[in-house]
Write a protein that binds this ligand. Structure first.
Ligand SMILES: NC(=O)c1ccc[n+]([C@@H]2O[C@H](COP(=O)([O-])OP(=O)(O)OC[C@H]3O[C@@H](n4cnc5c(N)ncnc54)[C@H](OP(=O)(O)O)[C@@H]3O)[C@@H](O)[C@H]2O)c1
Length: 279
């Protein structure tokens, strides 16, 4: 595994295993991913899409095989009420927003059986700005208590919102986790700003939203040149332009294949050619 060092000196694996939509298979897949070589796990306290408790069980199973907590990078999220199933959520609708964050964080630690979360992510911005700052300041208190290594924000496609947050808060975001697709011009402006601020950009939907790229003539040509799969070429490309992809595979075969991206590098000229596809 290769790592990127964050502004908080936290080692973030260059490919992170995503645990959404795995349902009852979550624990066995998380164990499999870790034993295959993944060291980063992404989840959320959002029972609608993630079985965070089973993520915790899978991690425990990996510990039995010799993996230690300090070998792993774990990130989870606070999901605001709009993203929750109101019949199954870690807090009450009537709780104050800061109590909702606190309750969700307690549930996450219990689910993941840890007292330390490497990156705690706000699943999507909340509005108005005063509410966003309230949520962020509550999340920041966990970092001040050393229960969290750093903070992140997800589904933030408006640079003005990111800038607002960055300027107003004491503890700055260290991670932005966004959908990587054509509709947002692949977040070019946001990624450039993140680079300037030393913020790590994580991508999701990297495969599912980009079939035209994966099936392009160029990627096929490069796949033959490097003797790697189309997916491997694309993941390596993402890494080499500074993006950390989340990987949601459900097969051992793909886990093993995808982790081999660290065995090769694309030449600069080829990276330039793939960048043309993002225009
Ligand atoms: N922050 C958010 O709001 C948000 C939203 C969505 C997702 N996420 C995170 O991102 C993670 C990944 O989800 P995603 O939607 O971005 O999915 P993805 O990783 O882009 O795509 C996974 C799909 O691609 C297929 N696939 C084919 N070849 C593959 C290969 N070599 N390696 C990996 N997958 C391959 C997988 O099938 P096989 O199973 O057959 O390999 C699976 O159906 C989620 O689990 C979650 O943690 C976050």
């Amino acid at each position: 595994m290769e790592y990127t060092l964050s502004t908080n000196n936290i080692k973030v694996p260059k490919m992170i295993y995503g645990t959404a939509w795995k349902k009852e298979k979550t624990a066995s897949l998380v164990k499999e991913a870790i034993l295959s070589g993944f060291r980063g796990i992404d989840t959320a306290c959002q029972p609608r899409h993630y079985q965070e408790d089973l993520v915790g069980d899978g991690i425990q199973e990996a510990y039995k095989e010799g993996i230690k907590r300090e070998d792993l990078y774990i990130q989870t999220k606070f999901t605001p009420i709009d993203g929750q199933d109101k019949n199954n959520m870690p807090y009450l609708e009537s709780d104050s927003i800061s109590l909702q964050v606190e309750k969700s964080f307690e549930t996450s630690k219990k689910n993941l059986k840890t007292d330390y979360i490497d990156t705690y992510i706000l699943h999507s911005p909340v509005f108005p700005g005063s509410k966003l700052l309230n949520v962020w300041n509550t999340m920041s208190s966990f970092q001040k208590n050393k229960e969290v290594g750093q903070l992140g924000i997800s589904n933030c496609y408006d640079l003005d919102v990111l800038k607002y947050l960055y300027e107003k808060v004491e503890i700055k975001p260290a991670i932005v986790q966004n959908r990587f697709y054509a509709q947002t011009s692949y977040d070019k402006t946001i990624r450039q700003w993140c680079d300037e601020k030393g913020i790590i950009y994580e991508s999701f939907w990297s495969l599912t939203a980009n079939p035209e790229i994966l099936n392009s003539e160029l990627i096929f040509t490069l796949s033959r040149k490097y003797k790697r799969t189309n997916v491997s070429v694309f993941y390596r490309f993402l890494n080499q332009i500074g993006i950390i992809p989340l990987n949601g595979t459900t097969t051992k075969e793909h886990m093993i294949e995808d982790l081999k991206i660290f065995e090769f590098s694309l030449e600069k000229e080829d990276i330039k050619k793939i960048l043309e596809l993002l225009k």
